[in-house]
Design a protein around this ligand. Structure first.
Ligand code: CTP
Length: 415
């Protein structure tokens, strides 16, 4: 979604400058163009050569002695689709708040019409300082996007709020800024992860789902302007900023959370790998190995998606299926039985993607039986492909409805 976008990244003098190398790498991985501006102090921490190598472009350091006369502060300001300052020191924040333009970066800030994203990092006392807070407040009021620092151990030895926001979150926020809001107005309910069915306080019945696909779908839906509700089973993934997430343990809890929010949604994507059975009995204390053999009695869990399919209305319902054989026929059976619009099927035995991995090789089958076999790709990219397909299905369904309406209202020819 940020392919070929023009990012201008301003780096100011803080130790967190080294972390931003990874941010540039992530932008380049997604085929965005990155121009880096470094202040004089930033160059004390990381050399321009590092950013030149990683961005593939010379780094801009000086307002007047540009190595390329074609590139002035004005052309940098004009070409930017977004201007990011990370890490942003108290000094650059003060300069922006007072409209000061005394070097290349602060001049580009004043000259650009592109959205500005600021990720501050500094000593905790500096961050708490009332003057800094006043400047930050002023910038927020003016509509600039500030990603507050996080709390933790700081390079200066302090413990507190001052760490640069996570690179993953700055990346996510940049993608959100640059992405067309083509899903605005949609309310999307997404389930992710496995469920844990308790046997005793130590043991569970579960599966190998990591939740990465569901989280990627939630992130992409949010970036494309949808209102997202994420119902997540237990995962090791970080919560996604700005997404309403309900954490659940087991299938019964997931079913309850989904039912509660189902009515208000226009699209439901059930990426969760739900346990079909739960132990008949969940023991309060640890089970001891007193028996030679043990048979665990299981009760069937409700099929959440099947229930949703019975009361679908105008919603778009999307299911997932991980199979080990007869992928297409098995997925088609599920699509029909659960009254789905789309099913995403993948081979659970695939070597290069799938469970736990960052990539997946999936096939999309829609309600008309159309099959799209997609190549192996990152889960982020796959999430966008699934959302594109959902949009297309919505469009097709609504034009089919319009057509039906018009033909119903046309006067019938007399015979
Ligand atoms: N699903 C669900 N509730 C369940 C089981 C599955 O909502 N109790 C949903 C999953 O989230 C997924 C789809 O149904 O989107 C297909 O899940 P899958 O486990 O592949 O299929 P099952 O219907 O459970 O069939 P089987 O396990 O026999 O293959």
């Amino acid at each position: 979604m940020i392919k070929e976008k023009q990012i201008v990244l301003g780096i100011t003098g803080g130790i967190a400058a080294y972390k931003v190398v990874e941010l540039v790498r992530q932008f380049r991985k997604r085929n965005a163009e990155v121009d880096v501006i470094m202040t004089r102090n930033a160059q004390q921490f990381v050399t321009p050569l590092t950013f030149q190598t990683i961005s593939g472009h010379p780094v801009y350091t000086d307002l007047f002695h540009s190595f390329n006369p074609e590139i002035s502060h004005i052309s940098l300001a004009d070409k930017a689709d977004v201007l990011i300052i990370a890490p942003a020191t108290a000094n650059i924040i003060a300069k922006i708040a007072s409209g000061c333009a005394d070097d290349l970066l602060s001049t580009v800030v004043l000259a650009t019409k592109a959205p500005l994203l600021i990720a501050p990092a500094m000593n905790a006392n500096m961050w708490e300082n009332r003057i800094v807070q006043q400047n930050v407040g002023k910038l927020k009021e003016l509509g600039f996007r500030i990603m507050d620092p996080t709390t933790g151990e700081l390079a200066c030895g302090y413990e507190g709020k001052g760490r640069l926001a996570e690179i993953e979150d700055i990346l996510g926020e940049t993608i959100t800024i640059l992405t067309e809001k083509d899903l605005q107005g949609e309310r999307i309910l997404i389930t992710a992860g496995p469920t844990h069915e308790h046997i005793d306080p130590i043991r569970i019945l579960t599966n190998r789902s990591s939740g990465k696909m569901g989280y990627a779908l939630a992130k992409a839906s949010h970036q494309r302007g949808a209102e997202v509700m994420l119902v997540s089973g237990p995962t090791n993934l970080k919560p996604i900023p700005d997404i309403h997430t309900i954490q659940v343990e087991n299938t019964l809890e997931m079913s309850k959370a989904v039912s509660k929010h189902y009515k208000s949604c226009s699209i439901v994507i059930k990426a969760a790998a739900v346990a079909d059975y739960r132990p008949k009995k969940s023991f309060k204390d640890k089970m001891k190995k007193t028996h030679k053999t043990l048979t665990l009695g299981l009760d069937k869990n409700p099929d959440i998606l099947y229930q949703l399919g019975k009361d679908k209305g105008k919603k778009i319902l999307v299911g997932f299926a991980a199979e080990t054989k007869n992928l297409i026929s098995q997925a088609k059976l599920k699509l029909d039985r659960k009254n789905l619009d789309l099913i995403v099927v993948n081979n659970a035995l695939q070597k290069r993607g799938g469970f736990g991995s960052d990539s997946n090789e999936a096939t999309l089958i829609d309600f008309e039986g159309k099959i799209d076999a997609l190549p192996l790709m990152g889960k982020e990219e796959l999430a966008d492909k699934i959302l594109d397909k959902i949009k297309q299905i919505k469009k097709e369904k609504s034009s089919a409805k319009e057509l039906k309406k018009t033909s119903a209202s046309e006067p019938k020819k007399r015979t």
